[in-house]
Unconditional design. Sequence first.
Length: 341
Amino acid sequence: MKDRTNKITIYDIAHQLNLSASTVSRALQNNPLINMETREKVQQTASEMGYVPNWIASSLRKKRSNILGLIVPRTSMYFQSTAISGIQHEAHKYGFSIVIGQSDETVAMEKELVHTFYSLRVDGLLAVASMFTTNIDHFNPFIKNNIPLVFYDRVPADFQGYTITGDDFKGGFLATEHLIKQGCKHIAHFSGLLSCNLYQQRLAGYKEALAQYNIPFDEQLVYIHDLTMDSATTAAQQLFDAQKMPDGMFAANDSSAVAFIREARNRGIAVPQQIKVVGYSNDLSSRIISPSLTTIEQSGYNMGQKAVETIVQLINHEESVKVTRNYVFPVELIKRESTQL
């Protein structure tokens, strides 16, 4: 058996079976010009010999790799995991494979991944911007060479192209309106960094709901942080220590809402009796925490499917990469115990 520095080639398989290299190549591609018996024999021998196709060379010949790059902040995020599931299933339907890279919420890693996927000659790139992405120059190899690029969920402000997002303004509005209808008049908000489109829109929806119900906006009730459990716990401590007790909390993700509920419990503050809480994303944690968390459903799976459908249309020239278009998915309020007496 050959080592990694001397890989098995179709010529080795051809020599083993006393066939021509062209016959082996066609058999490995299931070409109907080669009879079934020969195809099966070639494929079995290739497997036994440890043959791995050189997909880069193949993509150069065909001018298509049938591979899509995917950049996400973290695969461990519930919304991203459900979106990835939709992406994977939809991509398989169209005959594409997915290569996933995590930016870990850093622009530096995002830049590295963009460079890597461009070097790998992927047919298109799906991306969720990091929390700190404010400039998209590092995506220029795709943009300037008309290689399909689709952003979903988090979209950089200056990107002109195809985007897939949830209705974050409506989500922020629904969450806040629900708290108001449950009797809340002093509603705090935990927001993500406002460099990100999601949190701009969710904050705007929160403000609009307050305005429509004639509740004054109080900027001291808005805490802007990176929405981790630790930062949300710190924000909750600051809010409670300020002796300005809210009667409602809208958190821009479920993990922050869960952290808030835990800190309230540690201080003997009852949810929902004293403070009602709404999160965002419908994470698994929203169903496990006690009381269960009222939240906003984003349809991550469907959003992932739409992202693949869109990029495949761009790859197949059914849509133009020079067009700007945003698909907005509806959101839904999921009522649970954290707002129900």
